[in-house]
Design a protein around this ligand. Structure first.
Ligand SMILES: C[S@@+](CC[C@H](N)C(=O)[O-])C[C@H]1O[C@@H](n2cnc3c(N)ncnc32)[C@H](O)[C@@H]1O
Length: 393
């Protein structure tokens, strides 16, 4: 079976169901009866078919999931495969957000030995710079995988790709696939990020073609988060030299090397050869041991009443993070340090680490992150925070 993008795209085995989109595929105008939707009533259809903030559709519904698309959304259009309630959430997001222009002048895509294509810096990039800010091309509800059989999942994803404007669809189809099989599903699984539209029941996969060329490193040069407007933002977490690769971490950075490598193989089909994974055996063992120590000390510090904690525990904790080169994970470490210093009534230290947490947190999580408010109080008025002087030195 030929799975080339062109073939999959032109198969036309699923026709747009919505009257808004019928002219979209010429073959569908003359094809036989095709109504795969499970919507029960005309009323239900009319409710669902209304255009919301540029979201047109549904083009196809299977189970409780439908496909909608919006040509004016974000970076050249997007399709969503989701439920009606999640569609409503997406429709509340403005089509464009400030600062979400995609400036590519500071990096370029090149072949990287053993990694396919990757992005490298075309100038010195300073820590803290925003590198990309892009909206998704395709967003798909995670529950598709549990609730629909494979053929239906693929039909919805095909329809989502088909409903994208031409240029956006070409960019989407140009992404790497690693796992083989159905081409669009492969693209989604190889290149997607977890996107939440609220509670767990609204977890989605988000595909952002402009950042799909970022390869993995266990100690990456960029951090990313996806904000409430579904904008995927990356920032440099350290200075990046001209010609150096821009990377993100696909994996849990706190796992030992063997686990990280097994997960990279299982999910993306590569053996991680990053600097941290390529350490000589003795150093790799020392790195694994440090990660275990971080886990233990973190548990101690998270209990703000733990009597065994001293200021040297906090110092040791921060030193372990730095030695382990966890530049991209410092926000939570600084938060814990600030809170613990405050429990000892050490005002200057509490302020210092709260400020560091705020600065790093903006890069890692954005300004809406959960701990930001507590850190703002601590950076400004440590004595006004409930943790002030609650523990004896
Ligand atoms: C999201 S894509 C990244 C861009 C991809 N290299 C490309 O050519 O489009 C993920 C795929 O890139 C490759 N990749 C990413 N990081 C890698 C690494 N550290 N070492 C080897 N291959 C890597 C794997 O093939 C993986 O499935």
């Amino acid at each position: 079976h030929d799975q080339s993008p062109d073939r999959v795209y032109s198969e036309g085995n699923v026709c747009p169901w919505s009257p808004f989109r019928l002219p979209f595929l010429a073959s569908c105008l003359v094809s036989g009866p095709h109504n795969p939707t499970v919507l029960q009533s005309k009323l239900e259809y009319e409710k669902i078919a209304a255009t919301e903030n540029g979201w047109n559709g549904p083009y196809l519904c299977l189970g409780r999931f439908c496909v909608w698309s919006n040509d004016g959304y974000g970076n050249g259009g997007a399709s969503i495969v989701t439920t009606l309630s999640s569609r409503d959430k997406v429709a509340q997001i403005p089509n464009r957000s400030t600062g979400a222009a995609h400036d590519t002048s500071h990096f370029q895509a090149v072949a990287i030995p053993g990694k396919g294509i990757g992005l490298v810096a075309t100038r010195l990039i300073r820590r803290g710079e925003e590198i990309t800010a892009v909206r998704p091309a395709v967003v798909a509800h995670e529950d598709l995988l549990d609730e629909l059989e494979l053929g239906s999942q693929n039909a919805l994803l095909d329809q989502a790709a088909r409903a994208l404007p031409d240029e956006r669809r070409q960019l989407f189809l140009a992404q790497a696939g690693e796992l083989g099989g159905h081409r669009i599903a492969d693209i989604m699984f190889t290149n997607s990020f977890q996107v939440s539209l609220g509670p767990e029941s609204q977890r989605h996969f988000g595909n952002f073609p402009e950042v799909s060329r970022l390869n993995h490193d266990c100690r990456p040069s960029l951090v990313y988060y996806i904000d409430q407007n579904l904008t995927h933002r990356t920032h440099a977490v350290r200075d990046i030299q001209l010609g150096e690769e821009l990377t993100i971490s696909y994996l849990d950075s706190f796992r030992v090397r063997s686990v990280r490598q097994a997960r990279a193989r299982a999910s993306w089909g590569f053996s991680c050869g990053c600097l941290q994974c390529s350490l000589p055996e003795a150093e790799a063992e020392a790195s694994d041991a440090r990660l275990f120590s971080i886990y233990q000390v973190e548990n101690q510090l998270a209990d703000l009443k733990n009597a065994n904690v001293s200021t040297s525990t906090i110092e040791e904790f921060i030193a372990l993070y730095k030695e382990e080169r966890l530049d991209h994970k410092m926000a939570d470490a600084y938060t814990l340090a600030a809170l613990n210093y405050n429990t000892f009534g050490l005002e200057a230290k509490a302020k210092e680490y709260a400020s560091l947490s705020l600065e790093q947190g903006l890069l890692e999580h954005g300004q809406d992150a959960a701990d930001m408010e507590a850190m703002r109080i601590l950076a400004d008025q440590p004595r006004g925070h409930w943790t002030w002087n609650t523990r004896q030195q």
